[in-house]
Design a protein around this ligand. Structure first.
Ligand SMILES: Cc1cc2nc3c(=O)[nH]c(=O)nc-3n(C[C@H](O)[C@H](O)[C@H](O)COP(=O)(O)OP(=O)(O)OC[C@H]3O[C@@H](n4cnc5c(N)ncnc54)[C@H](O)[C@@H]3O)c2cc1C
Length: 575
């Protein structure tokens, strides 16, 4: 059996920042990071636009309180305000700290870190490295893992969280290269497994964003929080869904309908294109529904709108947002210096996740915590984003709460014994599970079932939702789950069997999808990204509370948890 003081699942920004903090706090601790990709290939590397912090380099009037208010208002007042206070007060520190680790941020002429405008932020506070911010930060963090001697298990797939008697004891993992199964026991387990964009058929997320950490947590009998809040990013490149960063609108891009009109003036007149993502995504869908979308021949009635940057000029485009230009050029053959870019909303981010307190410790209910289990980053829900996340607050969350959770773990494990684990039991179970998948002689192909599932979620739990449509979705999902039991794999080998990994990931997707649908059905109001056509208003009397959903074979049980309101009283959200 493999043993470490701490095992962290996830090599993105949250997992690596936590690992660095643990070994910096106590160099004697033996810390390992596991990732099913290489850590450098975690989705964090794709983050483009930037990371928010009130450095006041461009806008001296900015304050952490203004950042906190923007975040809480953006969240439609569902964020926990104690967590938001920590996020926004710590932001300048963590950015300077990244700078000291060697992250190359873009600069102002006076040498200070440059900052740009972002949707829903009232001041220019987003720090960036051109439009490759995640790349710049993750590379330095992974370098630091090596520098501090953190053990890295790359291309190992974690299959199971070992949780016994309310205590996390370790994980079961599978080496993709040669099918070796190992049990790891540890004094503390941390999940930083990222998001679940692949639950939907059009997403900006990478192929590995399948919500495994959420599914393993649910399978261990623990709740998932606020899963109904799925962020659609307004500007996914049509038709592929790849992200055109919000930085493009931060630099001044226009959104135009088939009449060539900046339609955001009808939806958010004071913020226009820089309204928060939920509002902008709904506006685009409404324009398309009203027949003001665009066809490839330029006529009205099509499935996308235009993102226009021609007025910025070649120099600004190439120096500030070169990657976005390149993506449009490479993927759909558009030269954005001369032509507008076709865009429509794409699934982008998970506001909900594994419920944690502000020290990163996982909750088993509104009142109780799980011993030895921690989470941070997109997989976690400390609830700084509530019902809608503001752009550039997610990298910030990963770094602030990655660091904070790391610091907590470094103290937590002192004096804590390595737990007893029945290694053989878990190895046998995992090996049987894998063999059963390989031996399964069904009638469906994996890709076919996954596509049916992704289409079902997209159709039945998209930007706009309603009771009837979601109930139909849940019924369809039960059929798809049956089909998933009858999937056959073409590849029966044990060496680099990526089809087997996809089969395991399909199980994660199904669990996460079901929790999203059930949570969305339960919330009979519209708040942030969750927009109910049958309940169009926010209802603070009945729904100013978090959802805790427990998944089991018998179905999903929903409980609730109060929202922490310590700074700002809820008010109407207008832009
Ligand atoms: C295209 C794009 C652009 C973005 N731009 C911005 C931006 O400009 N600013 C901003 O604030 N946010 C941005 N975001 C959001 C932000 O990048 C993510 O929320 C954040 O990087 C998530 O980091 P993480 O550490 O939580 O997870 P990730 O970076 O997703 O890492 C997850 C890790 O978990 C591992 N893992 C998952 N499951 C398993 C398993 N079963 N076994 C082993 N390992 C596993 C993966 O291999 C990976 O290492 C963007 C997101 C996207 C998709």
């Amino acid at each position: 059996m493999i043993e470490h003081d701490v095992i962290i699942v996830g090599g993105g920004l949250a997992g690596t920042r936590a690992a660095v903090e643990i070994v910096k706090t106590d160099p004697r601790l033996d810390v390992a990071v596991v990732a099913k990709t290489h850590p450098i290939r975690s989705h964090s590397v794709a983050a483009q636009g930037g990371i928010a912090a009130t450095l006041k380099n461009v806008d001296e009037a900015d304050t952490w309180e203004a950042h906190a208010f923007d975040t809480v208002k953006g969240s439609d007042f569902l964020a926990d305000q104690d967590a938001v206070e920590i996020l926004t007060r710590d932001a300048p520190n963590v950015v300077i700290d990244l700078e000291h680790m060697g992250v190359l941020f873009s600069r102002l002429p006076n040498g200070r870190i440059a900052q740009r405008a972002f949707g829903g932020h009232s001041h220019k506070r987003t720090c960036y490295a051109a439009d490759k911010t995640g790349h710049a930060i993750l590379h330095e963090l992974v370098n630091n893992l090596r520098r501090y001697g953190v053990k890295i298990y790359d291309e190992w797939y974690v299959m199971r969280l070992i949780l016994e008697e309310g205590q996390a004891k370790g994980v079961v993992m599978y080496r993709i290269r040669d099918a070796r199964v190992e049990v790891v026991r540890a004094r503390a387990v941390m999940f930083a497994t990222g998001g679940y964009g692949r639950v939907y058929n059009t997403t900006s997320n990478d192929y590995a964003s399948t919500g495994d950490g959420l599914s393993m947590t649910a399978a261990a009998g623990l709740p998932l929080e606020d899963m109904e809040f799925v962020q659609f990013h307004p500007t996914g490149l049509y038709p592929v869904g790849v992200l055109i960063s919000e930085a493009v609108r931060g630099e001044g891009a226009y959104l135009l309908n088939s009449e060539g009109r900046r339609f955001m003036e009808d939806y958010a007149p004071s913020r226009m294109e820089l309204a928060p993502r939920d509002i902008t995504s709904r506006a685009i869908v409404q324009e398309i529904r009203a027949g003001r979308g665009i066809h490839p021949d330029g006529s009205a009635g099509g499935a996308y709108v235009h993102l226009d940057i021609r007025h910025l000029g070649k120099e600004q485009i190439m120096s500030r947002i070169p990657f976005c230009w390149e993506e449009a050029h490479r993927l759909v053959g558009i030269d954005a210096v001369y032509e507008p870019i076709p865009v429509r909303p794409t699934v982008h981010y998970s506001m909900g996740g594994i419920p944690v307190n502000t020290d990163g410790q996982v909750r088993s209910s509104a009142e109780h915590l799980v011993e030895g289990f921690f989470a941070a980053g997109e997989a976690a829900c400390v609830s700084v984003h509530g019902a809608n996340r503001l752009g550039s607050n997610s990298l910030l969350e990963c770094v602030v709460y990655g660091r904070r959770t790391g610091a907590t773990i470094a103290y937590y494990v002192q004096g804590r014994k390595l737990p007893e684990v029945d290694e053989q039991h878990y190895i046998t179970e995992a090996t049987q599970q894998i063999q059963a998948l390989i031996d399964q002689s069904g009638q469906y192909r994996l890709a076919q079932v996954r596509q049916a599932f992704q289409d079902c979620m997209t159709e039945h739990c998209g930007v706009f939702r309603s009771d009837g449509v979601m109930r139909q979705g849940l019924a369809k999902l039960q059929e798809i789950k049956q089909q998933a039991q009858q999937v056959y794999l073409d590849d029966k080998n044990k060496i680099w069997n990526t089809e087997l990994i996809e089969a395991l990931e399909l199980q994660s997707l199904l669990t996460v999808g079901e929790v999203i649908l059930a949570s969305a059905l339960n919330r009979q109001e519209s708040r942030g990204s969750h927009s109910r056509e049958d309940f169009p208003d926010r209802n603070d009397t009945d729904f100013l509370k978090h959802t805790l959903a427990y998944h089991s074979a018998a179905g999903i049980e929903i409980q609730e948890m109060p929202v922490v309101i310590s700074l700002f009283e809820p008010q109407e959200r207008k832009y």
